[in-house]
Design a protein around this ligand. Structure first.
Ligand SMILES: [Zn+2]
Length: 348
C-alpha cells in the first residue's frame, strides 16, 4: 500500500503580518483598528486573535485573519479533516462522534457542509488539470433509492476521477454532449472504455484514439466462443481456436487474419429465412473483431495507455462504497461532488 500523507492546513493563533491589500479598494496603507478574540473549533486551537484594520484609502474596516482561519467557526484544518474522515469510510454521524474526544462539537449536517466545501475546492483544482489518457465508464450508484445512470471519467495517469455526469452511456449523443467539452478542456488524446457502440461512435467523432478494455472483450468473446463451440459443425472448431489465440496475443496483423477467416466461412444462401445459423454468428463475430482490432491494441504502441479500464472501475468502486452511506441525504448536485472527492482518495 502506498504511503499517504494527510496534508492539513496550518492554523495560527495570531497573524503577525499586516494586510497587503485592501479587499475593497486594493489600497495598500492601513491603520490598526482594534483586535478581537474569536473562539474557533479545531483540534488544538480554541481561540485566536484577529486584528481589525482600517484602509486609509477607502476608510472601510475589515478583519485580517491568521493562517488557517476565516469567517467560519471551524478552522480550515478541521473542515478538511472532517471531509477526510468521511472519505476514509465513516458516516457523517460517525465523523461528528469521532471529533468529540478532541472537544470539537459539530453536527452531522456540519460535516456534510464541510464535505461539500472540500468537494467544490477539489472540483476547481480538477478544472485546470491536463489529462492525456481518460478512462470512461458507466456506473449506477444508489442515490435516494434510485439507481441513475452515471458516467465517470478518470485520469488514467493517476487513477483519480475527473468528472461525473448523469448521462445514459448507451446514448451516443448524450455521451458526446458530456464528453466533448471535457476532452477539449483537459486536452485528452486517448479514451479507454468498454466495448459499447456509443463510445466507439464518440471516439471517432471527436478524433480520439480509442483503447477498448480487454477484460470486457475477453469476457464477451469468451461467451460467444463457448456458445459457438456447442453449435457450429466440428470442422470449424479450428477457427474458434484461432480467434481465442489471436485475442490472447493481440498481434498487429490480427485484423487481416480475422478478415481472411471471415472470407472462408460460407455465406447464408440467398432467400434463406429464419434465425441466424451458428455459422453466420461466427462470421459476424469475425468481421466485428476484425473491424475493431485497432481499438484493442492502442496500448501496444502508446506506453501510457493501459490495456484495461481497471483503474476507472476501481475509482467507481470507491465511489459506490461511499454513495451507500449518504443515501437519503441530498440531491444530485451535492452527491455528485462528494462522490468525486471520495473517488480521489485522501491526498487532495
Ligand atoms: Zn480600501
Amino acid at each position: 500500500m502506498p504511503i499517504i500523507t494527510l496534508q492539513l492546513p496550518t492554523v495560527k493563533r495570531k497573524n503577525k503580518s499586516r494586510p497587503q491589500k485592501c479587499r475593497y479598494c486594493h489600497g495598500e496603507t492601513f491603520q490598526r483598528w482594534g483586535k478581537v478574540g474569536k473562539p474557533t473549533r479545531d483540534l488544538r486551537v480554541r481561540k485566536i486573535q484577529v486584528y481589525r484594520y482600517r484602509c486609509c484609502s477607502c476608510r472601510r474596516t475589515f478583519r485580517h485573519y491568521p493562517l488557517g482561519v476565516d469567517r467560519a467557526d471551524q478552522t480550515q484544518r478541521l473542515r478538511k479533516l472532517a471531509a477526510i474522515y468521511w472519505v476514509l469510510g465513516m458516516s457523517l454521524r460517525s465523523v461528528a462522534i469521532a471529533l468529540r474526544p478532541f472537544n470539537v462539537k459539530i453536527s452531522h449536517m456540519t460535516v456534510w457542509r464541510d464535505l461539500q466545501e472540500q468537494a467544490r475546492l477539489h472540483e476547481k483544482r480538477l478544472y485546470w488539470k491536463k489529462v492525456r489518457v481518460l478512462g470512461v465508464d458507466g456506473a449506477y450508484p444508489l442515490i435516494k433509492g434510485k439507481k441513475p445512470s452515471v458516467l465517470v471519467a478518470v485520469d488514467l495517469g493517476d487513477g483519480k476521477p475527473i468528472a461525473i455526469g448523469k448521462v445514459d452511456e448507451s446514448n451516443p449523443h448524450a455521451v458526446r454532449r458530456w464528453l466533448e467539452p471535457l476532452v477539449k478542456r483537459l486536452g485528452v488524446s486517448v479514451i479507454v472504455t468498454d466495448d459499447l457502440a456509443s463510445y466507439r461512435t464518440v471516439a471517432e467523432k471527436l478524433g480520439l484514439e480509442h483503447q477498448v478494455c480487454q477484460f470486457h472483450v475477453r469476457r464477451w468473446v469468451g461467451r460467444h466462443l463457448r456458445e459457438l463451440r456447442e453449435t457450429v459443425p466440428e470442422e470449424w472448431d479450428w477457427v474458434l481456436d484461432e480467434i481465442r489465440d489471436l485475442l490472447a496475443e493481440l498481434p498487429i496483423e490480427g485484423s487481416k487474419r480475422l478478415f481472411e477467416l471471415w472470407k472462408q466461412i460460407p455465406e447464408r444462401r440467398v432467400g434463406q429465412v429464419g434465425a441466424r445459423s451458428p455459422l453466420e454468428k461466427l462470421r459476424n463475430l469475425l468481421i466485428r473483431l476484425s473491424e475493431h482490432w485497432d481499438s484493442y491494441r492502442v496500448f501496444d504502441w502508446q506506453k501510457d495507455v493501459p490495456w484495461t479500464n481497471n483503474r476507472t472501475e476501481q475509482a467507481i468502486g470507491r465511489m459506490k462504497m461511499r454513495s451507500r452511506t449518504v443515501r437519503g441525504y441530498k440531491s444530485w448536485p451535492g452527491m455528485h461532488t462528494a462522490l468525486l472527492l471520495s473517488g480521489s482518495g485522501v491526498d487532495w
